[in-house]
Design a protein around this ligand. Structure first.
Ligand SMILES: NC(=O)c1ccc[n+]([C@@H]2O[C@H](COP(=O)([O-])OP(=O)(O)OC[C@H]3O[C@@H](n4cnc5c(N)ncnc54)[C@H](O)[C@@H]3O)[C@@H](O)[C@H]2O)c1
Length: 440
């Protein structure tokens, strides 16, 4: 047993006795060589979680030692796939609390719906694990705050799954903008038009599928009858579990707009239009159309989403346009195109053209950044503070939409809206017993 594993096991023994041992990060980093093996566990296996697990396994020395899902068929199917592709046989669990008792786990991947992220992350941190938590960091403002504090308290590594931070495309876009190539950045226009967010066709409630622990899927959320539209995949259209297209894509794209200006605080003022403009009623509580303005004194971010469509400006379903005095940079996950302004006096473009169209998904790089940080104890590409700010940029307009407030003013120091009693009631979720919101 190497020094690191030894220290970890000692810490876990104390934690098992109900004591919390805080281990300074320097201790973890001592004696850790990059060739050390790393044992990861996955909670929530169906879709994104399993993808992220596979990105972990494509790094040397990484093993999957545990997997958990409340759906037996998902769990068995993914376990079989893991055996076939990677020849790995993790222990299988239906209750994540049991998984967290497994002592040889170094890091946990959280790939469940958003309403579970906070509890699972805090429990994993308490158990001495590092955490890769999918985005949006949590489903409410209060949970995001707790997760930031818990990470600092337990001194663990946490990467939030806003993977665009780790990829070439947006790093290059940031480099171009910050080099001054487009002149003063005046606004960022963001759009997101996705077919899927119109929601699925309405179906009646039905029996809980065999092998599914539905109570454990609901967890801290209110009890509702089982409906396949509120379950795997499409839960994201219902407030108890997610925030619709606004939060699903909003955290990714707004995060990049914030990065361009190095904004590290939540918005102070948000103007929101939200409506349902799709031609038919679908299984969805979240809004299908939202236009949100985040005004600053000399800069503005505009968000414009329409669910049920698949095309948008520059013939891109989603994207960001960084509007500067000398040029506009348009980017999505696969490309960057710089459109120079024309200088009428000099009779030439105000800056050179730039085009890159070979971009690819950046999950792999983001996972690699997490693994490097586990080994070096350096800060990851998207720590919880960054995840929190992006999450508040989407939760605030969603709260505005739900309460019918077109303008919301946020006082971050006091964790409250200054102009809406109704909005303040949606900051903190009510957890269903026996689950309780962690206290920090
Ligand atoms: N970073 C990205 O680009 C990206 C893309 C897609 C999804 N996501 C995020 O990934 C997360 C999962 O989304 P998805 O599309 O994979 O959802 P999904 O519904 O397809 O899968 C979620 C899985 O979690 C399981 N689960 C639910 N409660 C559980 C519990 N208590 N214990 C164990 N397992 C539980 C479900 O049974 C299911 O297998 C979400 O937070 C989503 O926002 C991120």
């Amino acid at each position: 047993m190497n020094r690191r594993k030894f220290i970890r096991r000692t810490a876990l023994t104390s934690a098992g006795l109900g004591m919390i041992t805080i281990i300074p990060s320097e201790v973890w980093s001592s004696g850790v060589s990059p060739s050390d093996s790393l044992n990861v566990a996955l909670i929530g296996c169906r879709n994104m979680g399993f993808g992220i697990l596979q990105h972990h396994l494509s790094n040397p020395g990484v093993n999957c030692v545990a997997m958990c899902d409340i759906d037996e068929s998902v769990l068995n199917e993914k376990a079989a796939e893991l055996k076939k592709r990677y020849n790995q046989s993790p222990k299988l669990y239906k209750d994540f609390r049991k998984l967290l008792e497994q002592k040889d786990i170094d890091a946990v991947i959280i790939g469940t719906p958003d309403h579970w992220h906070c509890l699972m992350m805090v429990y994993a941190l308490q158990a001495g694990k590092d955490v890769y938590c999918e985005k949006p960091m949590a489903n409410t403002i209060a949970e995001c705050n707790i997760m930031v504090k818990a990470t600092a308290y337990y001194k663990r590594m946490v990467q939030i799954g806003q993977q665009q931070r780790s990829g070439f495309i947006f790093q290059k876009a940031m480099e171009l903008i910050k080099s001054g190539m487009i002149g003063k950045l005046r606004k960022v226009n963001i759009w997101a038009n996705f077919e899927y967010d119109a929601g699925p066709v309405i179906v009646l409630d039905g029996p809980v599928p065999q092998g599914v622990d539905y109570d454990m899927w609901l967890g801290p959320a209110p009890v509702k009858p089982f409906n396949q539209n509120r379950f795997h995949g499409s839960w994201r259209h219902f407030w108890d579990y997610g925030g619709g297209l606004m939060s699903d894509w909003g955290v990714h794209l707004l995060d990049i707009a914030l990065w361009a200006k190095d904004i590290t605080n939540p918005p102070v003022r948000v103007l929101t239009y939200a409506g349902n403009t799709f031609h038919e009623k679908r299984a969805r509580e979240t809004f299908d159309s939202m236009t949100v303005i985040y005004p600053e004194s000399d800069f503005v971010i505009n968000w414009d989403m329409t669910a049920g469509l698949q095309r948008g400006p520059y013939d891109m379903p989603y994207g960001l346009a960084f509007v500067g005095d000398n040029a506009t940079i348009v980017a999505d996950r696969s490309k960057i195109i710089l459109y120079p302004e024309w200088d009428n006096q000099a009779k030439k473009p105000r800056t050179e053209e730039y085009k890159y169209t070979e971009g690819k998904e950046s999950h792999g790089e983001h996972v690699k950044s997490f693994i490097d940080c586990i080994r070096t104890r350096n800060k990851p590409a998207c720590p919880p503070e960054t995840g929190r700010v992006a999450a508040l940029y989407v939760h605030i307009p969603n709260i505005a939409a739900r309460t019918g407030e077109s303008i919301l003013n946020w006082d971050d120091a006091n964790n409250r809206f200054t102009n809406s009693i109704l909005a303040n009631q949606l900051i903190t979720p009510f957890y269903r017993q026996p689950w309780t919101l962690p206290k920090f």
